[in-house]
Design a protein around this ligand. Sequence first.
Ligand code: NJP
Length: 239
Amino acid sequence: MAKEKTLEGKVAVVTGASRGIGLAISRKLGGLGAKLSLCARSADKLQNVANEMKSAGVEVIIVAADVSSGDDILSLVEETKQAFGAIDILVNNAGIGYFGPFYEANESNWDSVLDTNLKSVFLLSKAVAKGMIERRGGHIINIASLAGKNAFAGGAIYCASKWGLLGMTECMAEDLRAYGIRVSAICPGTVATDFSPHVGKDASKMLQPEDIAHVVESIVTQAPQSFISEVLLRPTQKP
Ligand code: NJP
């Protein structure tokens, strides 16, 4: 964990925090001194993460919530405010994939991916933006993907969600930058997590979840006049 407590007193919400990229981001923000509100659907896995954080001296709450549900999002925000007060940092990380030819996918595949990867970001960002506007500051960081820039066979639904997320991120940034709120997107290539099977790829060459956490640290520790709006993150060698 990072040693300097540059985020002491700040409150961060991380979605999809029970494993993978969200877990690495949570460890990083907690190490920097932030109070953490961690969300995923599985309460059991979140509890394990919370235990780890508490033993490292991090103040943490967990909220089992499905980010594709507007009601769950309101509960997440309310429980966070009750525990810690105003939210300074929101990391919209929770996401799911669907990979296969579009003509074999059905409406529920579309709805679950778009609701989890895109609608959730609209709802949760909207729920925290008002408080950030009042306090004239904050960070919203959206974990997008290079799949939001590059087309590939079998990627129609996932790419649609991430392409949309990048467009929405840029518009949200324009809505909020005058208030000192920075909305950023991180677009990683393939990351060694449980997200997808990574068939035929060399895991030792892939990006690691900690690489994305490192970018998040750079974003949230910028000087107020500086705004890292988008980061494309690739492995040095092709996996
Ligand atoms: O995924 P994974 P990653 N509501 O599967 C949670 C993007 N990305 O860390 O709900 C609330 O290991 C889930 O917990 P649970 C990707 O699109 C990845 O690799 O209990 N939480 C778990 O904590 C995604 O946006 C790669 O199942 C929900 C977490 O989300 C982000 O990075 C490349 C939820 C998922 O952990 C994290 O991916 C890239 C819901 N409805 C972008 N649904 C990559 N790995 O290669 C899921 O470019 N979660």
